[in-house]
Each structure stands twice: as structure tokens, then as C-alpha cells.
Design a protein around this ligand. Structure first.
Ligand code: GDP
Length: 208
């Protein structure tokens, strides 16, 4: 997108447990590819991407920072959060522990980041919930706000450990946006960032 000018620059941070797919989401967003077994020592730390918000006729430059290995120390510094307008709070839908830990990550974010920061809860690796992938793709074609209950998603073949209902409820209680994604297939990756960017723009318009 060389030569395209943008109207806004938003800093995004990507947090969550190790191995939930933070680097993979960043690579998918910025490079449209997936690496099956990335070398953890080569953790991608930064990537930028231009996205268009059509209804606003605005181009936004996203500057995205991955925690790149620091998650095991829970030692994210204030400088990492400084100036961030958006945060992806990532868990792995096949790891209940990673979902439960998002509470701690959220507390960390709330302690250090701007109180107006837009957070989107991202349930990644949804491609591993085999029998759901088709329905999931359809379901995600709808606006996130009109997501219907998904009790039909629970079946024995799925590796899913976190239901959509549970994640949605948590997101609602905490005032987070929510989406399920797959860095592997690309499902909803750009959409997650877009959704958050749209929310940030709305806050700017409201003067929040
Ligand atoms: P990070 O530590 O949170 O940055 O996680 P990584 O991006 O390094 O991913 C950890 C592992 O999960 C790697 O083997 C990835 O290939 C894999 N992975 C990441 N995202 C997905 C996904 O959406 N689906 C599947 N099946 N695997 C994924």
C-alpha cells in the first residue's frame, strides 16, 4: 500500500499467554501468511498495517506490538503500554487456562494503560474446533453484536475448551469487544483489528 496516505495512527498491543498465537496473528495481519512452527526466539515484536474503515472513508495505520516472549515473566513495562489505543487480549479456544488467564492480563492492561484503551478479546485457533469451522465462518459474516447463542457448537469431536457464550459473557461484563479467529486460516484476523480501530474512531468522534 505504498503511497497511500492515512489519517490516523493507532498503537496496538497484543497480550495473552505464551503460545496462544500472538505472533502468528501479527504475521497473518501484516504478511498474510502462517508459520506452523515459528522459532520462539525470532518472536516478531512489531508490525504495521494500513486498514480502511469504509463507512468513515478513513485509512488507519496500525502499529502493533507483540509481547514477544515477555509473557512468562509478566514483566511488561509501562513503556510498552504507553500511547496504546487498542489491545488484543488473546487466548486459545482449545486452552481453558489461557482463557482464565486473560483476567490477569486484563488487570495488567488496566493497571498500566490508558483507561480509554479499546480492548478486544480474541479467541484464537478456532480452526482446531473441527466441526465448527464452516458454521463459524458463516456466523462471523454477521456483525459481532448480533451473535446468536451457540449451544449447538458443543460436540464431542471438538477440541474447544471455551464456549462462545462464556467468552461473550466475560467480554460483556468487562466492556470488551469479542471475536474468534484463526491465524492459520486467516479467519477474522483483519476483522479483529478493524473492529477495534472502528471503536477507537468512534471514541475520538465522541471526544472520549
Ligand atoms: P505466541 O507465543 O502467543 O506468540 O504464539 P505463536 O504465534 O508463536 O503460536 C504458538 C503455536 O500455535 C505455533 O505453533 C503456531 O503455529 C500455532 N498457532 C498460532 N495460531 C494458530 C491458529 O490460529 N491455529 C492453529 N491451529 N495453530 C496456531
Amino acid at each position: 500500500m505504498a503511497g497511500i496516505s492515512w489519517q490516523y495512527v493507532f498503537k496496538f498491543i497484543i497480550t495473552g499467554d505464551a503460545a496462544v498465537g500472538k505472533s502468528s496473528l501479527l504475521i497473518r495481519l501484516t504478511d498474510q501468511r502462517f508459520i506452523a512452527n515459528p522459532d520462539p526466539t525470532l518472536g516478531v515484536e512489531f508490525g504495521s498495517k494500513l486498514i480502511t474503515i469504509p463507512e468513515e472513508s478513513k485509512v488507519v495505520k496500525l502499529q502493533c506490538w507483540d509481547t514477544a516472549g515477555t509473557e512468562s515473566f509478566r514483566s511488561i513495562t509501562r513503556s510498552y503500554y504507553r500511547g496504546a489505543a487498542g489491545c488484543l487480549l488473546v487466548y486459545d479456544v482449545t486452552s481453558r487456562k489461557s482463557f482464565l488467564n486473560t483476567r490477569t492480563w486484563l488487570a495488567d492492561v488496566r493497571q498500566h494503560a490508558d483507561p480509554h484503551l479499546t480492548c478486544i478479546l480474541v479467541g484464537n485457533k478456532v480452526d482446531l474446533c473441527q466441526d465448527e469451522s464452516e458454521t463459524q465462518a458463516e456466523f462471523n459474516a454477521e456483525p459481532i453484536s448480533s451473535v446468536p447463542p451457540r449451544s449447538e457448537f458443543s460436540n464431542s469431536k471438538s477440541k474447544r475448551q471455551v464456549s462462545i457464550e462464556e467468552a461473550e459473557l466475560f467480554a460483556k461484563e468487562e466492556g470488551l469487544l469479542f471475536v474468534e479467529s484463526s491465524a492459520k486460516s486467516g479467519l477474522n484476523v483483519e476483522r479483529a483489528f478493524e473492529q477495534a480501530a472502528r471503536d477507537i474512531l468512534e471514541k475520538i468522534h465522541r471526544g472520549a
